[in-house]
Each structure stands twice: as structure tokens, then as C-alpha cells.
Design a protein around this ligand. Structure first.
Ligand code: XMP
Length: 514
């Protein structure tokens, strides 16, 4: 079945993915494509409408990203330009855009002008909006009307005859309170979409697709990590082909306390997955012995994981497919300048395995954002305990034990981490933070216990707020909470006499300590 589609042409804005999420929240499927996506391809996809995103460039720059000359003539469906998208549309069609006297960044108040507007239908005359631009439109192209201003700046323009609309501000961000209504006007009234994108329709279509790809007799293997993505992917595949999927869940000895046993039980008893649980802790510890360099640890863990997984996969026999929980943000061919942080650390996954074992990939979540995975996972009956679980790195506690790794250090950290997380739940703070964990530092310091002087280890607690892990702020957790977590850790975890709380943001720090 072909869904109604909105295409977003990406000009590099930090908000491009947010636009896509907003559109999808309205029940309309939406994809991000690079700004140079050809007009022919756009027409072939039959979108109901197009959005031109914002971007960091200035339209007047010689090498600014642009659309092709025939774009506005050949595309007849409605187009909404946002920020840079507005300036581009105006300049391309004969208007002008110039650098503003001062960069406008932050809150502004928009005033609607009298006259016909489709984009502001049923919205108030004055609205708070979020601005982030250096240039603005100074001359209207022919056939356009100004429908709103902020101060003396042209903030919104419309050309009803040609189905063209543009706004200078960002309707996709929460700081534009009526932004959702503006997007609704565009999506439903102007593009006439009917909202056919839902968890139910996605699951039904995906299940049918998997059945077709795998066929009547094909076998599939899937690596489970205990996290949201691999679990939702496995459950979807299970809906399609049942026990012809064999899942492999590896204990690398670097998981949180009791995580291997509890998650394995849940996979089997609640989700009825066909899972092989492999305790390979000793193999991992052996290879990691005396290794202190973080990148080296990651490489070893990745390599040993592939060894173990390959060995188990071979036992399944005849498997032609490998399930992976790849998400949409990983596959977007985006021009967004996300910075070097993506490649600073080599992330651990089953890289290289599909080619080596001649497996074809099944990636049922390729079209989804993380929040959609959670939503759709709920529809599939996956417990909240998994869906709301904080992100956990593939190399696990290895990158939270600074220095070399021993089973004793792992156990100590597991205990401290368990207390921290338990208390976050007790104080109802777990869902308020994006990620929280304990770190074991490679130093000892002096303390007192009764009449004795101690010389023991230090645990650092880290809790951050974030939306995607790319940037993060340290969580302002209440002092009463920190006091409770700290005193429990020092009294219940033998070998720890000091607890510190990490108050660094990302950047310049990272979320993990290694
Ligand atoms: P950083 O520490 O880079 O972390 O600020 C950002 C997010 O990525 C996770 N992370 C990893 N995940 N393998 C993973 O699968 C890794 O090697 C790795 N390093 C960091 C981290 O937990 C956070 O959510």
C-alpha cells in the first residue's frame, strides 16, 4: 500500500529531523531527502506536499544549496518553505533576501496581516514564534502576499495560485506554541492529507513485507542486546515468521546487574521469542585482561562479539537473513552538519558479519524515529521496562570502568549502578533523565569508617538530559536524591568510600567517560 507522503528537502538545518517527526506525529508519513534530490524523483514519489527545510547558508552565497531551475514549474503540489527555505523560494522566484541588521535568534511575536491566509487559518492575530536566522526576505516575488510580520520583518508569505507558502520562523520547535497548528493547516487543509500513518498500519505492512522477503521456509537470525531497537525488531519479525527466527542474546559480562538473566526470562516468557542465551563473559574478560585504552576495549569487544555470534549463528544453520534494528536517523542521507562526534568513537555492532556469512539484512525499523519505535513497540505488547530503558552502550560497563577490567570491578560497579537506578525509580526521576549510570574511577582516596582510616575506590554518578545524545546537559537532580544514592552506595558497596556527581555538559564532555 502506498502511503500519503510529505517530502522534506534538507538544506542542513539542525531542526530538519524535528520537522519530519512533527509531520509523522500528525499521522502522515514523511521522508527527508537531500536538497539536490532530482525533480524527476520527487514527481515519481507522488508526494502530497513538499517542505523546504531551514539551513545554515545564506541564499546570496555563491555556493549556497539550491533547487534546480525547473523545480517550481514542474512541482505542482503545495510547497512550504521554512527559514532558509523561505529565503530560497523568494529569491528563486524574483524576490530578494538580505542579511538582517542583526541576527534574529529566539522568541519573537508575529502579527498576522489582514487579507486571505491559508497557513494561519483559525489562528490568533498575534503568536509567539521561534526565530533563528541571519537573512530575511526584503522583496516579495510576483504573485505573493505578505501574511505576517514580526516588527518590520516579513515573516510569512503565500501565493495561493501557485500553492507556495513560506515562513521565516520555525513552526516545528516547541518554542513556537502554535507551530503544530500551522503544520496542520499545511498538511491537512492545503496538501489535503488524511492521516493514514499509524502503528497498526505500519505493523501490518511490515509483517507482510517480512513474510514476503523470508518466504515460506526461510530462516532468520537476530542479535538481541536487551535494548529497545533490537527487541522491537525481533518482535516484529516474530509476528511475521514465529520460531523460524532464532535470536541470540550474548552476555559479554559487561551488562548491568542481573540484566542477562532478567532480560532473557522476559524475552522467553513475555515475548515468546525463540532465544539462545549465551554466557560468554569469561571469553570477553580473558581478551580484555590488562587492556586500558578505551578504543582498544571497544575493538576487542566488537571482535569477540562477532566471534561468539558467528559461532551461535552457525548452529542455527541455513539462516539466510540477519535482523538489525537500524533506525531512520542512521539511514537519512542528510546534509545536516552533525559534527565529528558521530565518528569520535567506533561503535560496536555486528559490522562485517552480513558479508562474511553471506546474510541478507532485514531492517524493519529503517523508516522509524526512536519515539516511533517506542510507540509501535507498545502496540506490539513490549513491556515498558524495555521501551523506557535508558540507552546503553554496546561495550557496556567496559567504558564505565576506567582502566583495566576485572570481574571484581564489574561486580562492584554493577552494585553501585543498581542502587543509583533503583533510587531514580524510587524518586520517580528515572523517566526525567535521558541516561543515568555509575562510573568506576581508577583512583583511591582516604576516608574514615568508625575508628578506621580507609583507602578505597571512588564512584562517579552521571545523569544527563538530552534528546538524541548528540548534545546533553547534566541533570539537575535534587540534593535529597543525591544524598540518598551516595549514602546507600558508600554503605552497601564494599570497597567504595567516595561518590561524586558529574556536572559536565556535552560538549565539551561526552556522556560516557570513555
Ligand atoms: P557519548 O559518550 O559519545 O555517548 O557522548 C552518546 C551516546 O552513545 C552511547 N555510546 C555508545 N553506544 N557503543 C554504543 O553502542 C559505543 O561504543 C558507545 N559510546 C557511547 C552513549 O551511551 C550515549 O547514549
Amino acid at each position: 500500500m502506498q502511503h500519503e507522503l510529505i517530502l522534506i528537502l534538507d538544506f542542513g538545518s539542525q531542526y530538519t529531523q524535528l520537522i519530519a517527526r512533527r509531520v509523522r506525529e500528525l499521522g502522515v508519513y514523511c521522508e527527508i531527502v537531500p536538497f539536490h534530490y532530482s525533480v524527476e524523483k520527487i514527481i515519481e514519489r507522488q508526494p502530497k506536499g513538499l517542505i523546504l527545510s531551514g539551513g545554515p547558508s545564506s541564499v546570496t552565497d555563491k555556493d549556497a544549496p539550491r533547487v534546480s531551475k525547473d523545480f517550481y514549474d514542474k512541482i505542482t503540489v503545495p510547497i512550504l518553505g521554512i527559514c532558509y527555505g523561505m529565503q530560497l523560494m523568494a529569491v528563486d522566484l524574483g524576490g530578494a533576501s538580505q542579511p538582517a541588521m542583526r541576527r534574529e535568534y529566539g522568541h519573537a511575536q508575529l502579527k498576522r496581516l489582514s487579507g486571505k491566509t491559508l497557513i494561519f487559518t483559525d489562528l490568533p492575530e498575534k503568536m509567539d514564534v521561534w526565530m533563528s536566522h541571519g537573512d530575511h526576505v526584503t522583496k516579495l516575488p510576483e504573485g505573493f502576499n505578505t501574511t505576517a510580520t514580526t516588527g518590520d520583518v516579513i515573516t510569512a508569505i503565500e501565493n495561493h495560485e501557485r500553492n507556495l507558502f513560506a515562513v521565516q520562523f520555525h513552526p516545528e520547535v516547541a518554542h513556537t506554541p502554535k507551530g503544530k497548528d500551522i503544520l496542520k493547516n499545511f498538511i491537512f487543509n492545503i496538501c489535503q492529507c488524511s492521516s493514514d500513518w499509524s502503528a497498526k498500519s505500519f505493523i501490518a505492512e511490515e509483517v507482510a513485507k517480512i513474510k514476503e522477503i523470508v518466504g515460506e521456509t526461510g530462516n532468520v537470525i537476530c542479535g538481541l542486546s536487551g535494548g529497545v531497537d533490537s527487541t522491537v525488531a525481533a518482535v516484529l519479525v516474530h509476528e511475521a515468521i514465529g520460531n523460524r527466527q532464532t535470536c541470540v542474546f550474548v552476555n559479554n559480562g559487561l551488562l548491568r546487574a542481573d540484566e542477562f538473566e532478567n532480560t532473557l526470562k522476559m524475552y522467553r516468557n513475555n515475548l515468546h521469542l525463540n532465544v539462545v542465551g549465551v554466557d560468554a563473559s569469561k571469553e570477553f574478560y580473558k581478551e580484555l585482561k590488562s587492556v586500558t585504552d578505551p578504543e582498544e576495549k571497544r575493538k576487542i569487544i566488537g571482535r569477540v562479539f562477532i566471534q561468539v555470534f558467528e559461532r551461535e549463528a552457525k548452529k542455527v544453520g541455513k539462516a539466510k537473513f540477519l535482523v538489525q534494528g537500524t533506525l531512520y536517523p542512521d539511514v537519512i542521507e542528510s546534509v545536516s552538519l552533525r559534527g565529528a562526534s558521530v565518528t569520535i568513537k567506533s561503535h560496536h555492532n555486528v559490522g562485517g558479519l552480513p558479508e562474511k556469512m553471506k546474510l541478507k539484512l532485514i531492517e524493519p525499523l529503517r523508516e522509524l524515529f526512536k519515539d516511533e519505535v517506542r510507540l509501535f513497540g507498545k502496540e506490539l505488547g513490549i513491556p515498558n521496562e524495555i521501551l523506557q530503558r535508558h540507552p546503553f552502550p554496546g561495550p557496556g560497563l567496559a567504558v564505565r570502568i576506567l582502566g583495566d577490567i576485572t570481574p571484581e570491578k564489574v561486580e562492584l560497579l554493577q552494585q553501585a549502578d543498581r542502587i543509583f537506578i533503583e533510587e531514580l525509580h524510587n524518586f520517580r526521576l528515572y523517566n526525567e533523565v535521558w541516561q543515568a549510570f555509575a562510573v568506576l574511577l581508577p583512583i583511591q582516596s582516604v576516608g574514615v569508617m568508625g575508628d578506621f582510616r580507609t583507602y578505597e575506590k571512588t564512584v562517579a554518578l552521571r545523569a544527563v538530559t538530552s534528546t538524541d545524545g548528540m548534545t546533553a546537559d547534566w541533570a539537575r537532580l535534587p540534593h535529597e536524591f543525591l544524598q540518598k544514592a551516595s549514602s546507600r552506595i558508600t554503605s552497601e558497596v564494599r570497597g567504595v568510600n567516595r561518590v561524586v556527581y558529574d556536572i559536565s555538559s556535552k560538549p565539551p564532555s561526552t556522556i560516557e567517560w570513555e
